[in-house]
Design a protein around this ligand. Sequence first.
Ligand SMILES: [Zn+2]
Length: 276
Amino acid sequence: MKSNRLHTVYCVIPILLFVSCSTNKYAATNKVYKMQAKDYAKTISAFPPIAQSIDSLAADSQSWVGSINFGIRKPNFVILHHTAQKSTDQTIRTFTVKGQSEVSAHYVIGRDGKVVQMVNDYLRAHHAGTGRWGNDTDLNSSSIGIEIDNDGFEPYSENQIQGVIKILAVLKKRYKIPTANFIGHSDIAPSRKPDPHDFPWKRLAQKGYGLWYDEILNPPPVEFDTKLALRIIGYDISNISAAIVAFKRHFVQIDITPVLTPSDKLILFNLYNKYL
Ligand SMILES: [Zn+2]
């Protein structure tokens, strides 16, 4: 009798596993996501907070009283990427694998314009890496990362750009993200990253996502400091050649040499005044 029951159990388990695997191939990693999210929820709801006391102060010199006026931190930037992958499936696999890179993004947009969300907007995805924009050196904490599925050379499909615009509209409204704060990975990591390549930034700016320069450009004064202007816009100027290339990837595109031509300087001067 006992062995019969065991036999039944051993038969049922593989069937259940097969059913769950065939209905959702991401069931295992979804489970890991839920467990990790639960852990972070514990950190947020701990009363008093865990490991936030001031070690250099005596216990009787610090206390905890919960305020009733607070909210959850919100993203203030959107950073766009291209995946450098061949399919959404491949991208999803990369973002669900525990390994060397351990990268992720909040959203992935396929070539067909379909959107896959992979991290809650309120959580920190690993998409920005080491980078800087203005004085913000932890863009993963302050931004939403959007990965556009693209191998790094192919053009973006119209469906995909439409998908990007739809997400940006929602995010801008939902989190009150300033127009200037829609930027690319190459903007925040000029020495490391070239993505998103040849992106239609002007088209996005016309819709209110990111800034663009005016049609009519005034010449800058002779004392115009191009390095300072790049810094004011947000670029990390510790490697000035890389900063110039990143600026040109975003705003010039037809030429990305690490030198500012007279026409590049007109664009830079115009944008610098917008960012001031
Ligand atoms: Zn990137």
